[in-house]
Design a protein around this ligand. Structure first.
Ligand code: NAD
Ligand code: MG
Length: 404
């Protein structure tokens, strides 16, 4: 039966890769809704090509512009805007599959709505799961939703785990591989002055700017440890991070008998996307076959927690439980935004996150209200720390250098 998709965040890096795979299999997939934030022009082009019933944008002005362009081209897509429209698109009875590819906390409400309406959810938006944890997992279970990981590491682990939940007894640990990002071998003292463009220049993957900065700080791997904890129901102590600069092994599962299963492939998100879209079938994704003789060597090393304090902070937040992971995520979103806007330096990202975690008392994350309140408090605190850093240039030399 053909799957009918709502694609949240269709104009982003994951969104575009998803549409590339969808376009290769019109017999298998059709599009109910596409959503974007402000990039109306790209959304219009996507609507003309995929003819969704619904398109959602962030604000009324963009909606009016998109609507006018679509009508002029004779396209009947219904244009909506705002957060409720995202939730409606994700829970529409006309769609059975939701691709969650919005970046950051903005994706939580529609992704949770997809869980509550029993959809098949292809999860790229790790921040939504990091924030809401047990609440999200319970919503999936209680409403018969199906959660399929798109994040390449988690998709790899999913492919290497036994299909039967009862057989998980034989799993000793999972090993998340990490490229180490663009600054893996750079002299730590030089990191204070790196620019947003340098931080976004990932050696192996082309991604959105927020996740690119997260990869450079390795907060991305930290968020992925938390994501893996919820997806695979394993404690942090059984989730290992291993640096693998070639990004060919996307992650591994280690078994009690000494076996280690790995999933390999070229670093192209269309592979995990195609896997999750077609699961349990396999379909062509447009990704070239792996040429191991050409790659020749695969190397591994332990992560350096001093060079990458964000990784250590995320693991600490997972161990702490409660609202700590939601606070970590919110503080990181504010700090990364400030770094990308050249308001704070690269090393200040970890500093802001650490200060927020220290300042915010850790309390229960039992309800969505708890989580949203923690998210709001952490953002407030993080904004305060960013303001302090930007108003005292002496404590933040990189911003001063950029300003001149
Ligand atoms: P991106 O910045 O390229 O795209 C983000 C998408 O979200 C865009 O369509 C944008 O319009 C939309 N968006 C942004 N803010 C929004 C808001 N406030 N409300 C509604 N929509 C909003 O990001 P990306 O690289 O595609 O990443 C998307 C998600 O997938 C992130 O959570 C990221 O961690 C995860 N992910 C990405 C990759 C990758 O290779 N890009 C790999 C693994 C996981
Ligand atoms: Mg990943």
């Amino acid at each position: 039966m053909q799957k009918r998709l709502t694609l949240l965040g269709s104009t982003g890096s994951i969104g575009e890769s998803t549409l590339d795979v969808v376009a290769r299999h019109p017999d298998r997939f059709s599009v109910h809704a596409l959503t974007a934030h402000r990039n109306g022009d790209k959304l219009v082009a996507q609507c003309l090509r995929f003819q969704p019933a619904v398109a959602v944008v962030g604000d009324a002005d963009t909606a009016a512009r998109v609507e006018a362009q679509l009508r002029a081209a004779g396209c009947k897509t219904h244009v909506q805007h705002g957060e409720q429209a995202l939730v409606d698109a994700a829970s529409a009875p006309e769609c059975d599959t939701v691709v969650a590819a919005i970046v950051g906390a903005a994706g939580l409400a529609p992704t949770l709505a997809a869980a509550r309406t029993g959809k098949r959810i292809l999860l790229a938006n790790k921040e939504a799961l990091v924030m809401s944890g047990q609440i999200f997992i319970d919503a999936v279970r209680d409403n018969g939703a199906v959660l399929l990981p798109v994040d390449s590491e988690h998709n790899a682990v999913f492919q290497c785990l036994p299909r039967e939940a009862a057989m998980h007894g034989g799993v000793s640990k999972i090993i998340l591989t990490a490229s180490g990002g663009p600054f893996r071998t750079r002299e730590p003292s030089s990191l204070v002055s790196v620019t947003p463009d340098e931080a976004c220049k990932h050696p192996n993957w082309a991604m959105g700017r927020k996740i690119s900065v997260d990869s450079a700080t390795m907060m991305n791997k930290g968020l992925e440890v938390i994501e893996a904890h919820w997806l695979f129901d394993l404690p942090g102590s059984r989730i290992e991070v291993l640096i693998h600069p070639q990004s060919v092994i996307h992650s591994m599962v280690s078994y009690a008998d000494g076996s280690v299963l790995a999933q390999l492939g070229n670093p192209d998100m269309r592979t995990p996307i195609a896997h999750a879209l077609a699961f349990p079938d396999r379909v062509e994704s447009g990704v070239a076959q792996l040429d191991l003789a050409q790659i020749a060597s695969l190397t591994f090393e332990k992560p350096d927690f001093e060079r990458f304090p964000c990784l250590a902070l995320a693991i600490k937040a997972l161990e702490a439980g409660g609202i700590a992971s939601a606070a970590l995520n919110a503080a990181n979103e504010i700090a990364v935004e400030a770094f990308l806007a050249r308001r704070i330096g690269f090393m200040a990202i970890a500093d802001v996150v650490a200060r927020v975690l220290d300042a915010l008392p850790n309390t229960s994350a039992a309800t969505l209200d708890h989580v949203l309140a923690a998210d709001a408090s952490a953002r407030r605190l993080a904004n305060g720390f960013v303001d302090k850093l930007t108003s005292s240039p002496a404590s933040n030399p990189p911003v001063e250098r950029i300003a001149h």
